[in-house]
Design a protein around this ligand. Structure first.
Ligand code: FAD
Length: 316
């Protein structure tokens, strides 16, 4: 079933979450072990992130360096199929522009379609570590809106390779939104116009980047509505869990901690203290969002479910 159908049929705020494919070498059981504890809250969909290749340099016997591409977390399509089969819950693969030609994207979508996976979160992806700015694949897409256009065309029966008669796909697409602005955007206003372009191209809902100040989400929703973005906007929440997160989350995700939260974090002496603050903050944020009747609360587990479980048990 499509994410938008789950939202439209819901009587109350839904619960959903995101997992990362495990590092290469781990088994599918590690995925199941992360999902199992959260099934009691009846997620209507589970997102699976996509991770691009990384490049490493390996020294050869002749002393020369060889550039090698490695993918540490492969397998999104297979993982989504396994989740749907094991838990009978919809899985939402993240599809990115970076590293893919249009034809490779089309082939990935055909595989998803064969497997009965009719949801995707359509994203641009970030630059890889060896690039200072995002560089599109020469035969691929520069922005998420172009990926959304390609999927919308496939939903219409128009494929990139157009010399054969092909059945239309039926994908429900989500797009990413940034309450604190995407870090590359000139300002929030241009960022919102580009978000509107993604919705106009066919995205049926938006999932936000994590935020720790609900007011930023409420203001973002108001600003979206003011420019005619009418689709559901799902708030994304990430419980802070470790001492490392205090510097890591703002740096990597370009978000701020509100003062009330930073003053609690400054008192923490260990990751256990941070975890406790993260749980309490997450419960408080979730309660307020649920009271505001948001369509769904989407939790970023980053592959550990215990903290999200503690929060969800107070909310759902
Ligand atoms: P876009 O919508 O293309 O926007 C990128 C930037 O370009 C923005 O600054 C925007 O304002 C600007 N822009 C957009 N369109 C235009 C245009 N036509 N002309 C000029 N400027 C334009 N990354 C991964 O690699 N894997 C994942 O699984 C993943 N999951 C994510 C899940 C969520 C919910 C979110 C919020 C992000 C996720 N990301 C993931 C990160 C995401 O790929 C990055 O934030 C990326 O930098 C932007 O992606 P986007 O789809 O928002 O890009």
């Amino acid at each position: 079933m499509k994410v938008i159908e789950h939202i439209n049929q819901a009587k109350d705020t839904l619960f959903s979450f995101e997992i990362l494919p495990p590092l290469k070498g781990a088994t599918i059981q590690s995925i199941y072990d992360g999902i199992d504890p959260l099934m009691e809250f009846k997620p209507r969909f589970i997102n699976v992130t996509y991770h691009r290749e990384e490049f490493i340099y390996k020294e050869r016997e002749n002393g020369l360096l060889e550039k090698i591409a490695i993918r540490k977390r492969p397998g999104t399509v297979g993982i989504c199929a396994a989740i749907m089969n094991k838990f009978q819950v919809d899985a939402v693969p993240h599809l990115i522009c970076g590293g893919f030609s249009k034809e490779e994207t089309e082939n990935a979508l055909i595989d998803l379609h064969f497997l009965g996976i009719d949801n995707v979160l359509a994203l641009r992806g970030d630059s890889i570590k060896t690039e200072s700015t995002f560089k599109p694949h020469p035969e691929g897409h520069r922005y998420a809106v172009e990926l959304i256009q390609q999927i919308a065309e496939m939903n219409d029966g128009r494929y990139f390779v157009d010399d054969v008669q092909l059945a239309p796909t039926n994908f429900c697409m989500g797009a990413a939104g940034y309450p604190e602005k995407h870090f590359e955007a000139m300002n929030l206003s241009t960022d919102l116009q580009y978000l509107k372009a993604k919705v106009d191209a066919g995205a049926e809902y938006v999932v936000t980047q994590m935020f720790f100040d609900n007011q930023k989400y409420f203001d973002f929703v108001d600003a979206c509505r003011a420019i005619g973005i009418t689709v559901p906007i799902i708030p994304g929440l990430k419980p802070i869990k470790t001492m490392n997160h205090i510097a890591f989350l703002p740096k990597v995700f370009h978000i701020d901690f509100p003062e009330a939260l930073s003053s609690e974090l400054l008192k923490c002496k260990s990751s256990a203290d941070v975890n406790q603050v993260g749980i309490e903050w997450g419960i408080q944020q979730s309660k307020e969002l649920k009271a505001a009747k948001v369509p769904c609360i989407h939790y970023y587990t980053m592959s550990t479910s215990d903290t999200v479980k503690k929060i969800a048990s107070q909310i759902f």
